[in-house]
Design a protein around this ligand. Structure first.
Ligand SMILES: Cc1ncc(CO)c(N)n1
Length: 231
């Protein structure tokens, strides 16, 4: 399912095959389950209680920490200054605007300092953190890109998909804005293009490792959002 031969067979039957389209397809049904997750509809339609939004954001901040480190690894392992510039600019946004959205959310919904400092991470959050750390420590550049393509493309897709309620809480609106704005769309397009390119030069073992990493990341996305969905 994840070999270069599988990809070649898939590509042979298509006019304009893209590696990242194939990766997405072999990651079903988890991909679509994440993009269409009811958590995002509840959030956008103003049906997610503030305390549940804050609880989700607290778990997600546990994602963002090793995710930021992973981008650092990607900047270090990138083959060119061009790539470092794009990744560095994304890192800048993440550690300024996005980081402040988290801080303001914790303040607005009165997450106690003790919970912010020592969050009770769900098993699914811990599993995602472990994947991000492992990829950051051991992954080659294509694997790092695979994780980035999943995490950012999935967020772009749900953010473009949802319908916002009028009078939505500004912080929930901000969370959507961070993931559907034109600069973010450009970044996701760049990530996809770079992974499409980098995969061409991989040997068979590295290719499968990259594709497995992509599928595993999608599975982690689905499990994380299932776990943070209030029931
Ligand atoms: C779990 C998760 N995946 C992706 C993103 C987007 O970076 C996020 N904030 N959280």
């Amino acid at each position: 399912m994840t070999t270069r031969a599988d990809w070649n067979a898939w590509a042979a039957g298509r006019e304009t095959p893209r590696l990242t389209d194939w990766l997405r397809e072999i990651s079903e049904p988890d991909w679509s389950a994440t993009v269409t997750h009811p958590l995002f509809d509840a959030l956008a339609e103003g049906r997610l209680p503030g305390a549940d939004f804050a609880a989700y954001m607290l778990q997600d901040y546990g994602f963002v920490d090793p995710f930021t480190a992973l981008i650092g690894h990607a900047i270090g392992r990138a083959p060119s200054m061009d790539d470092r510039v794009v990744l560095g600019q994304f890192m800048g946004m993440l550690t300024s605007d996005e980081n402040r959205t988290f801080q303001r959310t914790f303040e607005a919904f009165e997450v106690p300092a003790a919970r912010r400092e020592a969050p009770d991470y769900l098993p699914e959050t811990l599993a995602f953190r472990a994947l991000l750390r492992d990829t950051g420590d051991r992954g080659d550049y294509a694997e790092l890109l695979a994780v980035l393509v999943v995490t950012e493309w999935v967020y772009l897709e749900w953010a473009l998909r949802v319908t916002r309620a009028e009078g939505l809480h500004p912080l929930m609106g901000e969370w959507i804005d961070l993931h559907d704005n034109p600069a973010f769309q450009d970044f996701v397009a760049w990530l996809r293009r770079r992974l499409d390119e980098e995969a061409e030069g991989l040997d068979d073992v590295a290719f499968t490792r990259m594709a497995e990493r992509f599928r595993d990341t999608v599975a982690k996305e689905r499990a994380f959002h299932d776990a943070v969905m209030p029931r």
